[in-house]
Design a protein around this ligand. Structure first.
Ligand code: NAD
Ligand code: IPM
Ligand code: MN
Length: 350
């Protein structure tokens, strides 16, 4: 029997609840679809940092390398550990170390979910560059605390990095409705984004069957609210993609519905699957986090591992549950109740 070995990093806050929910669903699905899952849980988190002085132990990346995939909840507990420490100590190094340069984030309304917009019939796939750009970590501060203090954050865009994410996006569009919108800001950013636009035009030449448009990120933010159904694949740099995918989450009913896959396309290392949302300190510990984003991310993981039927089964079961009004309104049902409804829908599938 095919067995997948998963590294599970629940992390902080509601990350713990939603990964537990996702694991229950994965295990139930595995039984029904004839594969097995083994997993090892890592308690790498802000609590771990406070105990040990590190978000993950030395050699943590090498430990993760041996797994087929990583399931992550959320990282960050700003009350005790600065975000710049926790995120640069765990989540961001994993994305970089395993060359998970393609971050896939789908935005559409599940049945029964109202969403804040009049538009209901949208299906956007955001492809976010995940390893460089504004998140390169280059820069520094001088004259700290002085009147002439300067902080510099250098965005680094390489030809390799930009070309591969654009190709990834155009490939995705081929398997969908054949349209890519490339997010830019070349009216203000005259180096990185002018280069991004040039690369977009260059790559588009190899995809005559895909239509392409370029849109400034500010206009894109408006478009996602005013006419989301006009969008198919949206490709964006690391920071622009980060911001637009929380907007995407909002139009699909909230962060509890937004799934995400950090893909290492050449499979030289494991890919990582996690909801778009964070640790949600405002609702943590109350058992009311929506697990659907994490469960949908788990489905993306099974799809990536080659278990397309199992992935589809999870998504269908989730749609059955939301179609019955389960999990569609914040706080109405508990994390456990939503998970149970999805498990029930899974078990009663033909
Ligand atoms: P957040 O995503 O944690 O929360 C934003 C809002 O959305 C909150 O009101 C929260 O209650 C709500 N929310 C989020 N997920 C939900 C769910 N599943 N069900 C119901 N409501 C949900 O963003 P934040 O408050 O800016 O960040 C909190 C911490 O998480 C910070 O430390 C931040 O850096 C970190 N963070 C981590 C990740 C990650 O690990 N991938 C992502 C985003 C933020
Ligand atoms: C996300 C998160 C992270 C990001 C943070 C927590 C560093 O917001 O996955 O969207 O910006 O990538
Ligand atoms: Mn984000």
């Amino acid at each position: 029997m095919q067995t997948y070995n998963l590294a599970v990093i629940p992390g902080d806050g509601i990350g713990v609840d939603v990964t537990a929910a996702a694991m229950t669903v994965i295990e139930a699905t595995a039984q029904r679809h004839g594969f097995a899952v083994t997993s090892q849980q890592f308690d790498w988190s802000c609590a771990h940092y406070l105990e040990t002085g590190a978000m993950m132990p030395e050699g943590g990346i090498d430990t993760l390398r041996t797994f087929d995939a990583i399931l992550l909840g959320a990282v960050g507990w700003p009350e005790t550990v600065p975000d710049a420490v926790s995120l640069h100590g765990l989540l961001l190094p994993i994305r970089k170390a395993f060359n998970q340069y393609a971050n896939i984030r789908p935005h559409r309304l599940l049945p029964g979910v109202e969403g804040p917009l009049k538009a209901k019939d949208f299906d956007i796939l955001c492809i976010r560059e995940n390893t460089e750009g504004e998140y390169s970590g280059a820069g520094g501060r001088v004259h700290q605390g002085m009147a002439n203090e300067v902080a510099v954050e250098t965005a680094i865009f390489t030809r390799t990095g930009v070309e591969r994410i654009l190709r990834f996006a155009f490939d995705q569009a081929r398997a969908r409705r054949g349209h890519v919108t490339s997010v830019t800001k070349s009216n203000a950013q005259k180096h990185s984004m002018v280069f991004w636009d040039e690369m977009t035009r260059h790559v588009a030449q190899d995809y005559p069957d895909v239509t392409m448009a370029m849109m400034h990120v500010d206009a894109m933010a408006a478009r996602m609210v005013m006419a989301p159904e006009s969008l198919d694949v949206v490709v964006a740099s690391n920071l622009f993609g980060d911001i637009l995918t929380d907007l995407g989450a909002a139009i699909q009913g909230g962060l509890g519905f937004a799934a995400s896959a950090n893909i290492c396309p050449d499979r030289s290392g494991p890919s990582m699957f996690e909801p778009v949302h964070g640790s949600a300190p405002d609702i943590a510990g109350r058992g009311i986090a929506n697990p659907i984003a994490a469960i949908w991310s788990a489905a993306m993981m099974l799809d990536h591992l080659g278990e397309a039927a199992a992935a589809k089964a999870i998504l269908t079961a989730t749609e059955t549950a939301t179609g019955q009004g389960i999990g569609t309104r914040p706080g109405q049902q508990s994390t456990d109740d939503i998970t149970t409804a999805i498990l029930t829908a899974l078990e009663t599938q033909a």
